[in-house]
Design a binder for this molecule. Sequence first.
Ligand code: ATP
Ligand code: MG
Length: 262
Amino acid sequence: MKRVASIMPLDADPALAIPAAADVREPAPAPALFSLRDVDLHYGRVRALHGVDLSIHAGERVALVGTNGSGKSTLLRVLHGLLAPTSGTVSCLPRNRQALVFQRPHMLRTSVRNNVALGLWLRGMGWRQARQSAVDALARVDMAELAGRNAKALSGGQQQRVALAQAWAMDADALLLDEPTANLDPHAKREVEALMQEFAQPRSGRTMTMVFSSHNLGQVKRLASRVVYLERGRVLADLPVHAFFNGPLPEEAGLFVKGEKI
Ligand SMILES: Nc1ncnc2c1ncn2[C@@H]1O[C@H](COP(=O)(O)OP(=O)(O)OP(=O)(O)O)[C@@H](O)[C@H]1O
Ligand SMILES: [Mg+2]
């Protein structure tokens, strides 16, 4: 093919020069930390997730909402790599770069300090450093005084704080939480929420990405930057938090927000 010579060399007058293609391109979006494409997940005959497409980027705070059984916990387990999809594709952060905090964290029958340290040791940290990191992280969640107590004997709110200390000590890039305040009294709820808020702040130039499920729409408004509404395993709305609460929404999601669907 014949090449057409340019009329004027592009570098003749810098003011007129057309920038090379690389200079005018939009900066490439950061790669997604989590990316699900057309994901289905079946438990036997129950289809818990249905054609889920979802990409989550660094620094987002994503709330998963929906009625009981809509698939929130299942989706969190898929994001964490605990469940493999029946079909579709999933690409996620490696497990050691993300922490999952359950509604009722599992505590081992040993000291609070050991509970946190063991989690770090299992991820390959030396024991001495794991113990020290555990002590630092427990201080971070205001649990230093209880470090020697049997973790099994802690209250629900205290156990939740230990689980958050563990996530903090891991220095994870993403924190996944499944209804982290569901069984807590209002005081403990506020404390755990405040910690989530602090964790979401940038640390050493990095921002923790957070994905959490919640039935508490006030909490969603306070903590989330984006809301994903699930209904029978399908994503029916995926919007910035302001747009989600100020509509318009698909009918089912609208009823849910109004509290007419629980
Ligand atoms: N281990 C399991 N075996 C069989 N079915 C399951 C299992 N876990 C969940 N399910 C089913 O999968 C669907 C999604 O459940 P999931 O726990 O993800 O919902 P959820 O949105 O977290 O609900 P909730 O608000 O009650 O916590 C439901 O129909 C549920 O009954
Ligand atoms: Mg659940």
